[in-house]
Design a protein around this ligand. Sequence first.
Ligand code: ZN
Length: 135
Amino acid sequence: MFLISSFTLHVRLTRRWAVFCQSLSEINIVVQQLDEVGREVKLWLHIGGGHYLSVTSGFRCVDLRKWFQPQDQKDPKPTRKGIALNFDQWVRMRNIVEAINNDHPVLAAALPCYMQEGHLAMFECRECYPFLKLA
Ligand SMILES: [Zn+2]
């Protein structure tokens, strides 16, 4: 069994939050294209570890989800750990990001994993490259 300290978990979460915040404009543009213009979109963002955010034509939602690599298959699969926000919920989420950052300076100041000092060579970091197929 693999145990992870709460400190390590906290650091990972702040780094993932940083990636999420940096990607807000990109996500908003894609949501707008899909919602208002009906354009074909396929956004696939790596948040960190097995966590990905996606916006895809045909699904009117912003999907935040953990993926895993089954040992006997070559492609990662989505887990049930995640949430699909409809666009109204997404707008509400987007609007509280600033308040969250204001209330939690540690989160606001967090940097993505790859920007950390002494970061491993890119492909060696399991936070940045959890699956070979989904890098
Ligand atoms: Zn990393």
